[in-house]
Design a protein around this ligand. Structure first.
Ligand code: SF4
Length: 395
């Protein structure tokens, strides 16, 4: 099933150009990994950053690949791996490699951004993505955000997932939406990773049910719980996380450090795998008011956005982006029917749900939610992460 080979030094030819396709998180890792094995790439390539430079190296636009057909290309992406692989082929570049080997090299963590460091811990998710493939009618996705509560123990002014707008946040009833999630799994072919998210997921005392039910499900590669490190989970939850394919990621915003250390110690003492990821900055997606963008701007924002295809399940519905899920849940707008798949209705046939999911995955048009968003690409304003505000829902 795997369609690419891992790049190693044996694939290097000093007479040919080396291009890293993807100039953001995976591009950064590829650059330092190549440096580790003594190779300096000739170019980066990136649809959002073409014309810029990274580490003093020119960034090509994908269209410019037609002038570099003989280059050796490193596919430096996770969410868009198969998309950029197809782009290479369409521009006549037929020698491309994945990063499985490069991701395992001992890289200088002090030189990597927080996002890049986080990806180094996810080699299993990356391998699952390579092994299970995408496209050609297969319903494989890299990850899905499973939202388990709308409440959070922090009050971040700029939460991109819109938690700050919930006036009456609720804890999601895991059992109530279990049939919808089971239906979703039955139509999918493979999901490399379930991301359990809130708000703050440890506020939901029932998330242990997700780990207990699904950690060894044949269609699921792994489960990661994203916490802000302010809540110590109870015994049931801790026990459920003691599995080899379950990981806790603690997001460190420089707040409540004592609690964060306490959580780390509890996880360590109980044999739960975890990583701590520091965040100093966020990309600012702006508030939830409607912008008056032209259709052309909306389409451009969507195409460049790195939040799209962050499939999100909220109350039994799967959306293409977390802002679409939460914006609709907050009644800020009504997403069009093809922008989400509702797995709550048990009367819809398996085949119909599969067709709807395929359409969602292949969706190339901007979402209703994009009309209420600044767009998440790497050129957007960066703001300090997790600025705390007063009362929730009052902005
Ligand atoms: S631009 Fe659209 S896809 Fe991107 S984060 Fe905003 S709403 Fe989501």
């Amino acid at each position: 099933m795997r369609s690419t080979q891992a790049f190693t030094k044996e694939n290097y030819d000093k007479n040919r150009e080396v291009i890293i396709y993807g100039a953001t998180v995976y591009g950064e890792i590829a650059y330092w990994a190549l440096e580790y094995i003594g190779i300096r790439p000739d170019y980066f390539c990136d649809r959002a950053l073409g014309g810029d430079k990274k580490y003093g190296i020119q960034i090509l636009s994908p269209q410019e690949l037609t002038e570099h057909k003989d280059a050796i290309i490193i596919l430096a992406s996770f969410n868009y791996f198969y998309e950029i692989k197809e782009n290479c082929k369409s521009y006549g570049c037929n020698e491309y490699y994945d990063m499985e080997y490069l991701l395992q090299l001992p890289l200088p963590e002090d030189k990597l951004s927080g996002r890049a460091k986080g990806r180094l811990h996810d080699i299993n998710g990356y391998r699952n993505m390579l092994e299970h493939g995408q496209g050609e009618g297969r319903l494989n996705i890299n990850h899905i955000d499973y939202v388990v509560c709308e409440s959070c123990s922090l009050k971040c002014r700029d939460c991109s997932n819109l938690m700050q707008y919930y006036k009456h946040p609720e804890i999601v009833d895991i059992d109530k939406y279990e049939p919808a999630f089971a239906r979703f799994l039955s139509v999918m072919d493979y999901i490399s990773e379930i991301y359990i998210l809130g708000g703050e997921p440890f506020l939901n005392k029932e998330i242990y049910k997700i780990m207990d039910r699904y950690h060894d499900h044949p269609k699921i590669g792994g489960i990661t719980i994203f916490t802000n490190g302010t809540i110590i989970p109870d015994v049931l939850t801790i026990q459920s996380m003691r599995k080899s394919n379950v990981l806790v990621q603690i997001s460190d915003y420089g707040l409540k450090q004592q609690k964060l250390r306490e959580l780390g110690q509890v996880l360590l003492d109980n044999g739960v795998r975890y990583v701590v990821k520091k965040y100093e900055n966020w990309t600012n997606l702006g508030g939830i008011k409607k912008r008056m963008y032209s259709a052309e701007t909306l389409q451009k924002n969507y195409e460049l956005c790195f939040w799209k295809k962050n499939y999100t399940m909220l109350r039994g519905k799967i959306h293409n982006c977390p802002r679409s899920a939460h914006g609709q849940n907050l009644c800020a707008f009504e997403a069009h029917g093809e922008e989400y798949v509702d797995f709550n209705d048990g009367t819809v046939s398996h085949e119909d749900l599969r067709i709807q999911m395929l359409k969602l995955i292949e969706c190339k048009k901007y979402l209703t939610a994009c009309e209420y968003c600044d767009g998440g690409d790497w050129n957007r304003e960066s703001i300090p992460a997790a600025i705390q505000m007063g009362t929730k829902g009052d902005i």
